[in-house]
Design a protein. Structure first.
Length: 132
């Protein structure tokens, strides 16, 4: 694809899939509390970042996937501008890694208007070669 004289190469990558919250991905909190009360208890014990819902993923697991994705970008796109289109939690965790944010800050931003359900994030290198 050519846009304004620039070559655009769209790449679909499964590593950018949104976090799978198990039953929490398909049920409301009220339905989850009624049909899967152990999920609410486990979440309360483990917290947003570390909880692994039944059949789902934790934020920790997603961060491992993001590190793999970042390695791919370093190896294949180091001299290019990269635009990442993804869901809110995934983008929030990506920015947590890149900005070295605390888990607490990422949790505060989770679900905020700053990270809506989907977003476009543009990364390029600064004068020092750091991804920004």
């Amino acid at each position: 694809i050519k846009k304004n004289g620039h070559q655009i190469i769209p790449i679909m990558d499964a590593r950018i899939n949104e976090i799978h919250r198990g039953y929490g991905s398909i049920l409301s909190k009220e339905e989850l509390g009624t049909t899967q009360p152990q999920e609410i208890e486990t979440f309360s014990l483990n917290g947003w970042f570390h909880n692994i819902p039944l059949g789902g993923q934790s934020c920790v697991q997603i961060e491992h996937i993001i590190h793999s994705f970042l390695s791919f970008l370093r190896e294949t796109c180091s001299d290019k501008k990269v635009i990442v289109v993804g869901h809110g939690t995934w983008i929030n965790l990506l920015c947590r890694i890149l900005d070295n944010r605390s888990i607490q800050k990422a949790e505060e931003l989770h679900g905020s208007e700053f990270y809506v359900n989907a977003g476009v994030t543009i990364f390029e290198k600064d004068i020092h070669g750091n991804l920004v």
